[in-house]
Design a binder for this molecule. Structure first.
Ligand code: F6P
Ligand code: MG
Length: 440
């Protein structure tokens, strides 16, 4: 087997991984503790003294967790009754086996991807241990707030979509392609709005999403939009009337980014480029703003009941697509495991088989990119296909703004030019990629 480079890790002093583990993760934990504290009265009203007791216990577990992290303690096995526990604990053993006999996996020494995922899973474990607040989403408040802070951009997008839909049947191929490119870019830049990079601070979309596209074009470092278009239009041309063309979207953040994904999905269906869209979300609250089933349903309900007629029309259409079965929502525990996607075929065979039914899988966001590429110290010029390390369930693409130290598939010199001129180019979210891999 070809060798793969080392994983990004907090042991590389001065790296973004180091900074994240040292500062950003404890900050996120502090916010979670604060959120629980502020909702004390709510827990009391709903569950009485038991609610208060659970809140106190959860806070004490989370404070201990923060201390373990900050003092680089060994990672401990998970201990709750959820079905993913054996896989997590096997992964810990696997990490242990990679080390010398007297070393133990720990927050700063183990791969960043692993310890970061582990922190979110431990937050969930703390709640699971504390009924009656065991299904409380500690990030819900931040997600809801960010949704409302993006209202104007959401209205602009819903209005634009309804305009296109009015005469979508009359658009020729060129016009259809133009609209597709626009909505694909809107979905790409929607990925700037995640609440994990901002440690939960407001990071909503304020500017009008369509007007800024031309100016943002120069910040797309890899642009495979043409290849994605060819794939979709050829599928459409060849399709027999009964045939299903399915696109899968592996969702990232709720709030504005989710709206951009749903708008793209609506366009793909209405233009008949595809016949079914399958969405994939998270089973548990994850990386602050990632979409759960509850967020997905809540968002569609919000739109349906909005005062703006274009928003509510979108909400109504989307609800209709779900009822008709042309929009399907899935969740799978694999998405909240620490594994790289190249191990999906072994670890989550059912999910891999499901994804093989797709004509195109769209992976949204930075974390999915890290898992696609294994979150490793790849050279910038390594082909995307190689970094996928045999993960090829179907043709796939990544729409991702750069918020971590991994990037592949660049032209020689393209990455290096930033290293001195813009040292934070990989973590500031200003740059993006639309990166495609067709081969199986
Ligand atoms: O903590 C950092 C991180 O993992 C980054 O990779 C990224 O900034 C964020 O969390 C998640 O980003 P996204 O929502 O785009 O997956
Ligand atoms: Mg996210």
């Amino acid at each position: 087997m070809a060798t793969v480079p080392a994983s990004l890790a907090g042991s590389f002093q001065g790296s973004f991984a180091y900074f994240s583990i040292k500062d950003r993760l404890p900050q996120i934990l502090t916010r979670v503790i604060d959120t629980l504290h502020r909702h004390k009265n709510e827990f009391f009203e709903e569950h009485g003294e038991k609610g208060i007791e659970a809140e106190k216990n959860t806070i004490s577990i989370l404070s201990k967790l923060r201390n373990e992290l900050q003092t680089d303690k060994p990672l401990v096995p998970l201990d709750d009754k959820l079905p993913d526990v054996p896989l997590w604990n096997q992964y810990l053993e696997y990490q242990q086996n990679l080390l010398d006999g007297n070393e133990q996996p720990s927050w700063f020494q183990s791969p960043w991807l692993y310890v970061e995922c582990y922190m979110y899973r431990r937050i969930h474990e703390a709640l699971v241990h504390n009924p009656p607040i065991d299904d409380y989403d500690v990030f819900k408040e931040a997600k809801v707030q960010s949704f409302f802070e993006s209202q104007q951009a959401i209205i602009a997008l819903c209005t634009y979509l309804q305009e296109i839909l009015k005469n979508i049947e009359d658009l020729d191929e060129k016009q259809l392609q133009e609209e597709f490119f626009k909505l694909l870019q809107v979905s790409l830049w929607g990925n700037k709005c995640d609440l994990s990079i901002s440690a939960g601070e407001d990071n909503s979309q304020k500017a009008s999403p369509l007007k800024s596209l031309d100016n943002l074009k120069t910040f797309i470092l890899v642009d495979d939009m043409e290849s994605i278009w060819s794939l979709l239009i050829n599928n459409k041309k060849r399709r027999t009337s009964e045939e299903i063309t399915r696109v899968d979207i592996v969702l990232d953040n709720a709030g504005y980014e989710l709206i951009t994904d749903l708008v793209l999905a609506n366009f793909l269906l209405s233009s008949k480029l595809v016949t079914e869209i399958h969405f994939h979300g998270k089973c548990i609250p994850w990386y602050v703003s990632d979409t759960t089933k509850q967020d997905f349903n809540w968002t569609i309900k919000q739109l349906q009941s909005a005062n703006n007629r274009w928003m509510s029309r979108c909400g109504m259409n989307w609800e209709g697509s779900i009822k008709k079965g042309v929009w399907v929502y899935h969740d799978h525990m694999f998405w909240t495991l620490p594994h790289e996607f190249c191990s999906m075929a072994q670890v989550a065979t059912d999910l891999y088989t499901e994804l093989q039914k797709s004509r195109l899988i769209i992976f949204k966001g930075d974390l999915n990119y890290r898992k696609l590429t294994g979150d490793r110290k790849w050279e910038f010029t390594v082909p995307f296909h190689q970094a996928l390390n045999k993960f090829h369930p179907a043709p796939l693409c990544s729409l991702r703004t750069l918020k971590s130290d991994v990037q592949v598939g660049l032209k020689p010199g393209q990455g290096e030019q930033f290293v001195t001129s813009e040292p934070d180019w990989m973590i500031c979210g200003k740059y993006g990629v639309v990166q495609f891999d067709a081969s199986l």
